[in-house]
Design a protein around this ligand. Structure first.
Ligand code: GDP
Ligand code: MN
Length: 391
């Protein structure tokens, strides 16, 4: 699960990492008020940043500085509504603009093959790291954290020196170890700071000093570990999720939309994969992967039907149920209910075998628009033919 920069920064701040304060605004007036507060506190400028779950916002025009509150409002109204890599910006982060001396890259990522956490650092910060990896791979320094003890002090110091941060070594060691702590505390797969920057700060008495600050943050959480961190689910950004995905997760269904036109409703992930393979072999294109799970009840079947039909390209639906824990008649009843309620009618080919298959056949008998199939091959052929006829 990807989370927004603002939420990633709150996870970093919780581990004591130096992050500039921020406010998230959903309209230009709110951005203006946030900027007014920052200027009142002595900021020389503010930075307005699009909150979207993609990188390269700066290049796309989604990161801009403003010198006063009116400009902040104008900049925010330009960024809000902007399309960045296909995502519409609905919120911006407002923060005091940092006076950047130099930008670095620092990240830790789960290296599954090595079964360790890998640290990556580069003095070429700010730009996308993939680009650095391509043009100048030697500019990226890597080191594996200790599997039990985490990133050791000497490792962090080595990395700091390699990046040319000798003058900020103490701060750097604390930040690198803080990245590791953030990763472990939240079961993250990735914690990335780009840029980690040396920033110039002027104190009230006019003295100038330089410090390290995390100006951007990207954190990816392990979906399978979310149950261990109840608070983290709240960071899921529903603004950027397909409503269909949200509903599927809510109902406990595994649903993945694909390009084709044959909706597939199957119980069991393996059977779902097989069904999709057979559809392809028969010359059809599956519109989705859908595993309604074991022991699916009729209401779940109706919801699954709704998810499939929400895709306008679906021309036919293939239901393939192997009754084990799931009872065939229960699924059949769900199909009949869904059929009665659905607004859009497409050919429905059903193959139900296993537990209560005979009762299922009785339930489905004579229901208009539902075609029973004698075998899986038969079902697939009928579904492919129905989709072709409707195309
Ligand atoms: P990204 O493009 O999505 O990675 O967004 P970033 O937050 O990393 O911002 C992109 C670039 O904008 C950074 O590399 C900086 O050069 C610049 N930038 C971001 N925040 C500030 C800031 O507070 N002050 C200044 N001067 N530049 C900033
Ligand atoms: Mn960045």
């Amino acid at each position: 699960m990807k989370i927004q920069e603002a939420d990633a920064k709150s996870l970093l701040a919780a581990q004591g990492l130096p992050v500039p304060p921020w406010t998230v605004a959903r309209d230009p007036a709110a951005a203006r008020r946030a900027a007014e507060r920052l200027f009142a506190e002595g900021a020389d400028a503010v930075v307005i940043k699009a909150q979207v779950l993609v990188g390269g916002r700066g290049k796309a025009g989604g990161v801009k500085l403003a010198k006063d509150a009116a400009e902040a409002e104008a900049v925010a109204s330009r960024i809000l509504g902007m399309d960045i890599k296909g995502i519409t910006v609905v919120k911006v982060l407002v923060a005091p603009a940092a006076d950047i001396v130099k930008e670095f890259y620092l990240a830790c990522v789960l290296d599954r093959a090595a079964r360790r956490v890998l640290f990556m650092g580069s003095a070429e910060g700010g730009v996308e790291i993939e680009q650095v990896a391509h043009s100048d791979p030697d500019a990226i320094r890597t080191i594996h954290a200790h599997p039990h003890l985490g990133l050791l002090d000497f490792q962090a110091r080595w990395l700091g020196f390699e990046l040319g941060l000798g003058a900020h070594l103490k701060e750097f060691v604390a930040i690198a170890k803080g990245l590791y702590a953030t990763m472990i505390a939240n079961d993250a797969d990735l914690v990335e700071i780009n840029p980690l920057a040396i920033v110039r700060e002027r104190a009230a008495d006019g003295t100038v000093s330089e410090h390290l600050q995390c100006l951007d943050a990207k954190v990816t959480l392990d979906d399978s570990a979310l149950d261990r961190h109840p608070g983290l689910e709240a960071l899921r950004d529903l603004d950027e999720e397909d409503p269909v995905d949200v509903q599927a997760r809510h109902e406990g269904l595994s649903f993945i939309r694909l390009e084709g036109d044959i909706g597939c409703m199957v119980n069991g992930a393996g059977l779902a994969m097989t069904t999709m393979d057979l559809v392809k072999r028969a010359g059809g294109q599956p519109a989705n992967f859908l595993d309604i799970g074991g022991g699916a009840k009729s209401d779940k079947v109706a919801v699954a039907m709704g998810l499939i039909l929400s895709d306008p390209s679906v021309k036919a639906i293939l239901v393939n149920i192997f009754g084990g824990i799931a009872r065939g008649d229960e699924v059949a009843r769900g199909l009949v209910e869904a059929r009665a309620e659905q607004k859009r009618v497409v050919p429905l080919v059903v193959r139900i075998v296993g537990t209560n298959a005979d009762l299922a056949a009785e339930v489905l008998r004579g229901v208009p628009g539902i075609e029973a199939a004698s075998s899986l091959d038969d079902a697939v052929e009928k579904a492919v033919a129905a989709a072709k006829a409707a195309a």
